[in-house]
Design a protein around this ligand. Structure first.
Ligand code: HEM
Length: 390
């Protein structure tokens, strides 16, 4: 949210609480009357912080921080009675919420502290008041309106900045997970290659068969490492789909040939010939199907049932093709199911967690939908719905 948006929001709330020109003027005139109380208000504010473990522990910056906080609170109080509540005022108020997120203060304590400040100001203004009762009421209403607006900005800022801070942390965690995922995925083939190279260099009586075996191993491991890098670069710069008609049966059969299910997995195919061709980038759609088939296989290391079903689907006046890949594995828990499409989230021991994120990006780029449903103990179903070719 930029400065103008924050100010526009403030003005909207001002109008909601019924803020008038006169409110600002009344507060400006009140300024000189309340200034003499700022010291005790600040002292009371700080004494209350000291009385509670939750707020005391936020003050990690020692005496210097206490002094800074007291000085800024006085400035904050002075600002309340300046009579000028413009975009710069809103920006200064916003900073309070931001600063509280940075120091990890529970927002509820700012609300409680404001309640103390409000009560103390009301008491002191009433005690010092020399004018009429109706003027006093009008002045207090102006003050409460402004304090409510202030609190609204501080809360808004707190929520907004808190979410940003959380996203930053999540990004760091994700980068960490990605780095360790990639390291893990590449270290395995490199170790195998190193062992074979060592053998080829040092084995005294290596038979040609044994040598060929090691060269094959090296080649296989290079291919594995290459596929990891391929997945990463697929993800980094997924090209826009180059669409054309894709025959469903051909797509499914080629995918199964390249990613054969385990020996004890029985495969059921249905609807492949009845479904119309889909409109998509055949290379990208086969990446999606390959990922779903591979995941289904990985979910059934001891065998099970894999079914791939194609069906035409009508929605929103358009024709679609829906491909469903279902397995009879252990299913996905309720906590995991919300996260499985996130990049770098993986439930596999060895996995960088990019497969489903790439699938979702591809299907989104095709204007389609990728959905999952799963019952723990009773397998998972992934369905890809993409436009049918005209
Ligand atoms: C309505 C209540 C409160 C108001 C109006 C308020 C006001 C402020 C202001 C104006 C700042 C300076 C922001 C800046 O850097 O520009 C600040 C910072 C800070 N506030 Fe609050 N605050 C409130 C409640 C609290 C509470 C309950 C605590 C409890 C510990 C607290 C702790 C702090 C701390 C530690 C800082 C950082 C000081 C520094 O290191 O410079 N605040 N607050």
């Amino acid at each position: 949210m930029d400065v103008d948006q924050r100010y526009a929001r403030f003005q909207q709330l001002q109008s909601y609480v019924g803020w008038q020109e006169g409110d600002g003027e009344r507060l400006r005139q009140l300024g000189p009357l309340v200034e003499s109380h700022f010291d005790d208000l600040t002292a009371d504010f700080y004494a209350e912080i000291e009385r509670h473990e939750a707020t005391r522990q936020v003050m990690v910056g020692g005496q210097q921080q206490v002094e800074r906080l007291q000085a800024t609170l006085k400035l904050w109080l002075g600002d309340l009675f300046s009579g000028i509540y413009d975009a710069a005022y809103v920006a200064r108020r916003w900073r309070v919420g931001l600063r509280h997120v940075e120091i990890g203060l529970d927002q509820q304590f700012a609300n409680a502290a404001l309640s103390r400040i409000r009560a103390a100001l009301t008491e002191r203004i009433a005690a010092d008041w020399k004018g009429s009762a109706s003027d006093l009421i009008a002045t207090l209403i102006s003050l409460h309106r402004l304090l409510d607006l202030d609190l609204a900005i501080i809360e808004d800022a707190y929520r907004y900045e808190y979410v940003l801070a959380q996203k930053r942390t999540e990004r760091f965690v994700a980068i960490g997970q990605m780095a360790s995922g990639i390291a893990h995925e590449l270290r395995n083939p490199l170790n195998v290659i190193q062992t074979s190279v060592f053998y080829l260099r040092n084995a005294r009586r290596a038979t040609p068969e044994k040598q060929a075996e090691h060269f094959d191993r090296i080649q296989r491991q290079v291919a594995i490492a290459d596929s990891v890098i391929g997945a990463l670069s697929d993800f980094a710069k997924l090209p826009l789909p180059n669409v054309g008609p894709v025959e469903v049966r051909k797509l499914v059969e080629e995918t199964l040939a390249n990613h054969p299910p385990g020996e004890r997995v029985s495969v059921t195919l249905s609807g492949l010939d009845e479904a119309p061709p889909l409109r998509g980038d055949s290379r990208q759609i086969s990446i999606v199907l390959a990922n779903l088939v591979r995941n289904a296989n990985d979910a059934m290391p001891d065998g099970g049932r894999l079914s791939i079903c194609a069906e035409p689907h009508q929605e929103g006046g358009s024709r679609w093709v829906r491909l469903t890949v279902a397995d009879s594995g252990p299913g996905i828990s309720a906590e995991q199911i919300y996260r499985i499409f996130e990049p770098f989230f993986s439930t596999k021991v060895r996995g960088i967690g990019l497969g489903l994120a790439i699938c979702r990006a591809i299907v989104d780029n095709h204007g389609g939908k990728l959905r999952v449903s799963s019952t723990p103990g009773d397998g998972s179903r992934f369905s890809v719905t993409v436009p049918a070719a005209d």
